[in-house]
Design a protein around this ligand. Structure first.
Ligand SMILES: [Zn+2]
Length: 321
């Protein structure tokens, strides 16, 4: 079994959705068996809010974190929150699956100092924007025709406060201008689930001119497995497309900076996906090992192990306090 560190999964949306329907032990019953079969060891779970939740973003973020903490209390033998370097090391040595908490859009923060309480609750990663515009930054904008900027002055203030707390920025979903602003700061950062623009030119993908700079930065990236972000002909997608992105990004960034951030959504009921959804590289985490074996055939066992787990683990070992 090749251990997997998946740097992007919308676990919290699904857990709070199901707990609101009265279900308990969601992680234990609906996720753990599949994650275990797929060799998943650590997940970055995002706090993502849909447009309909933006009227009360602080509340919905708290609700998602609260639901996760209930699950942690219900299944302490299966799941643990990773807040520190010590937690990271302990998780690796244990049979538990570790969760790192992340913001996917900073709307829940009415002011930068609100980050303090989220840090206390375990949040260690901060995506300033999920594709949309907010008071901190512009997102990548899926429509492609919005006039965009980078970080606002509140965004810079938030980044300074995040640095003080040891919270790491995530540039997936940020505008190019925002990426340039983050690259100019003296901070480590990640792109948890982003691919190569030259293979799949979407507003979510990273252009070569940025990859060349990111190669020299304290940075790590997770290759995304969603259809629209791996397809190379605009219609089909397969493991071959995913492997092409992994190979390309590894060539551009080097073999120590590339990991995996699958972004699997079709397996989640909260987003109302159906069988008619565009296929993702795998349909759920239980199929991870087949994907990793396919990578191994192409890249060999040593590099595959780094991409599947070690590169993310080493990045967080360096940066968690
Ligand atoms: Zn995302």
């Amino acid at each position: 079994m090749i251990p997997l560190f998946d740097a992007h999964f919308d676990l919290l949306s699904e857990i709070s959705f199901k707990r609101n329907q009265g279900k308990t032990h969601v992680f234990k019953e609906d996720f753990y068996p599949i994650l275990r079969d797929g060799g998943v060891k650590i997940l970055i779970a995002s706090i993502y809010l849909g447009d309909h939740q933006l009227k009360h973003p602080f509340y919905y973020a708290m609700e998602q974190i609260g639901c996760l903490h209930e699950e942690l209390r219900e299944s302490p033998e299966l799941i643990m929150l990773i807040r520190t370097k010590e937690d990271l090391v302990q998780c690796k040595a244990s049979d538990k699956i570790g969760i790192l908490l992340s913001f996917e859009g900073a709307e829940p923060l009415l002011k930068p100092r609100d980050l303090y309480v989220f840090h206390e609750l375990g949040v260690r990663l901060l995506g300033l924007s999920w594709s949309r515009r907010n008071i901190y930054a512009d997102g990548c904008d899926y429509s492609g025709d919005a006039k965009k900027g980078g970080l606002s002055s509140a965004g810079h203030e938030l980044m300074a406060y995040a640095k003080k707390l040891g919270i790491i920025a995530d540039v997936s979903h940020l505008s190019d201008e925002g990426l340039e602003d983050i690259m100019a700061l003296d901070v480590p950062f990640i792109a948890s689930h982003s691919n190569a623009h030259s293979l799949t030119p979407t507003p979510r993908s990273l252009k070569d001119k940025y990859l060349d700079v990111l190669k020299e930065k304290d940075f790590a990236l997770g290759v995304n497995g969603a259809h629209f972000i791996i397809t190379r002909d605009g219609k089909t997608s397969s493991a071959e497309d995913f492997k092409a992105h992994v190979a390309y990004l590894t060539e551009k960034l080097g073999e120590d900076k590339v990991g995996i951030g699958l972004d699997l959504c079709n397996c989640l009921s909260v987003f109302g996906r159906s069988d008619h959804s565009e296929p993702e590289v795998i349909s759920h985490h239980g199929e991870s090992q087949e994907l990793l074996k396919a990578l191994e055939d192409e890249l060999g066992p040593e590099i595959t192990k780094k991409i599947a787990f070690d590169n993310w683990y080493n990045f967080f070992y360096r940066h968690l306090s």
